[in-house]
Design a protein around this ligand. Structure first.
Ligand SMILES: O=c1ccn([C@@H]2O[C@H](COP(=O)(O)OP(=O)(O)O[C@H]3O[C@H](CO)[C@@H](O)[C@H](O)[C@H]3O)[C@@H](O)[C@H]2O)c(=O)[nH]1
Length: 489
């Protein structure tokens, strides 16, 4: 064991996107609760600023900046987060992140000099797989924290690592390195993965990072034991038997804190005026959006359903998310009409999602099925209407509908066809109904919530599966490791 290793500094490095920073911050706060560890989150200056404003005053989590100049990579000035970028610039930011290798190495060496001992563990993002090289060089235990569920992330890794496997004309195909998964339909492959040959930079990037991830010392998944569990087998096999721990949902702590502080804001006041389980919450995560014509159909569908709703309605495809909202994107007079009738509340930038989902009046979530949103919904026993748009969301939505029974997909697969408002309205009515399919979805969502609560419960001689997994991870990570030299050396 290296000298000073018992004084544990855990360094965390999330990718620069809200859907990644949020679960990393939640994990950092979970780790902070385990006394005896110093937690340091590394990121670029503007993301550090954002993280700083999200931390509670009493925290001991440290934030460390590494410098990054967006314009050096052809990005607009101050672009440090995919949130404000077009898809093309988002890919450019991903590629640019590979250049953070030497700043990260320098930072880890500075931390070592300052503290007099090396960090004990580096937890990095799956898109920052290259950090494995740095950790290996410095003799630091490396772990990848994947903010998703095993089943979907295994498919995402498998199709990213083997283009030839799925570029077939067959309607369905199997993944030879993930036989536990049922056949995958072509229609479930998102465009960004589909129309791509191996020479494409985005394909090359994913393949490189995911290969590195498979050389990490451990994989952490933000889910509970038994949910998408066949993906755990995939990662265990692909890493040559390295530990794969399901430690989620890591956001449970934040949910509890946010509930405490949620009493008097305009959202809870509005929700308080509606009966229990009567409001539909609509949001497509931190950065996905729908086409302009689809946006109008969704508005018409919400109106036709006669159901109350909160909709995080941001600019449609083709516009930057931070752009000022234009009424022309919605049917004439829609927003004022909904407001006057107290039927619908539109949010144009950022909603306190966990707080809305935890309110007793929220009855269902129309979601793109990003994994953070899924967990936040199920932690509150709120069923989902699945409208996947990108990434592994199609696999999440499929698993949640077919295996878990807590989701009803608005449509199957990835198509550019506009979903008509009458279909949207009828699905909303069915899912919000207190009987039939709506009741079935709600009762299964409650059952999953109980499983999640059990996984993170601790006390009176009992430890849930996620608590045990976290214990094992910490004990393995902090017991020191032999420095192994990976194949790229
Ligand atoms: O108005 C908003 C919008 C979003 N959120 C939060 O932002 C996060 C969004 O995360 P997620 O639902 O996972 O969506 P994305 O931001 O799209 O997440 C990316 O990262 C996820 C985790 O890796 C993947 O599952 C997704 O496919 C990928 O798009 C959640 O914590 C939400 O609570 C808010 O608080 N308010």
């Amino acid at each position: 064991m290296a000298e000073g290793r018992n004084q544990s500094n855990i360094v965390m490095f999330p990718f620069m996107a809200q859907g990644h920073l949020i679960p990393f911050l939640a994990l950092a706060r979970q780790l902070e609760l385990r006394k005896g560890y110093t937690i340091t989150i590394v990121n670029t200056p503007l993301n550090i600023q954002r993280l700083r404003s999200s931390l509670p005053p009493e925290t001991c989590i440290r934030l460390a900046e590494i410098s990054f100049c967006a314009t050096d990579y052809g990005l607009p000035p101050d672009s440090e987060n995919t949130y404000m970028l077009s898809d093309d610039d988002g890919f450019r930011l991903l590629e640019a992140s590979e250049n953070l290798e030497s700043p990260l190495r320098n930072l880890l060496m500075e931390i070592t000099e300052r503290d007099g001992f090396a960090p004990v563990c580096l937890i990095s993002d799956m898109f920052l797989g290259w950090t494995v090289k740095v950790a290996n060089e410095l003799g630091i235990f490396h772990s990848v924290f994947i903010a998703g569920v095993g089943y979907s992330m295994a498919i995402y890794f498998s199709i990213s690592l083997n283009t030839s496997l799925w570029q077939t004309d067959d309607e369905e195909f199997s993944l030879p390195d993930f036989p536990e998964a049922t056949k995958i339909r072509q229609t479930r492959i998102p465009n960004a993965l589909k129309y791509m040959d191996a020479a494409e930079p985005w394909f090359g990037f994913r393949k490189r990072q995911f290969m590195y991830c498979l050389h990490s010392d451990a994989i952490l998944l933000n889910t509970i034991e038994g949910l998408g569990q066949n993906g755990v087998k995939y990662f265990s096999r692909k890493t040559g038997g390295k530990p794969v721990w399901t430690i989620g949902p890591v956001s449970s702590l934040m949910i509890k804190n946010e509930r405490l502080s949620s009493n008097a804001n305009s959202y809870s006041e509005w929700l308080n005026t509606h009966p229990p389980a009567s409001v539909l919450y609509v949001c497509f995560g931190s950065q996905s959006c729908i086409s302009p014509s689809q946006m109008k159909e969704l508005a018409m569908g919400l109106e036709a359903s006669s159901n109350a709703f909160i909709w995080v309605a941001r600019p449609p495809v083709g516009f930057i998310l931070t752009e000022e909202f234009r009424t022309e994107w919605l049917p004439d007079g829609f927003e004022e009409r909904m407001k006057k009738l107290k039927r619908g509340l539109l949010v144009h930038q950022w909603a306190p999602q966990q707080e809305i989902l935890s309110h007793v009046s929220t009855g269902a979530f129309l979601s793109h099925c990003g994994w953070n949103s899924v967990l936040e919904s199920l932690c509150q026993g709120v069923p989902i209407i699945g409208w996947p748009l990108a990434g592994e969301q199609f696999f999440n939505s499929h698993m949640l509908e077919k295996e878990v029974g807590v989701c009803f997909e608005l449509r199957e697969g990835n198509t550019s066809e506009v979903i008509r408002h009458d279909h949207i309205a009828s699905v909303i009515k069915m899912v919000m109904d207190k009987t039939g399919k709506g009741e079935e979805l709600r009762s299964k969502a409650h059952a999953i919530r109980e499983k999640m609560e059990e996984a993170i419960r601790e006390g009176e001689g009992f430890k849930g599966s996620s608590v045990k997994a976290m214990d094992e991870f910490i004990s393995t990570a902090t017991s020191g490791k032999e420095v192994s030299y990976p194949p790229w050396k």
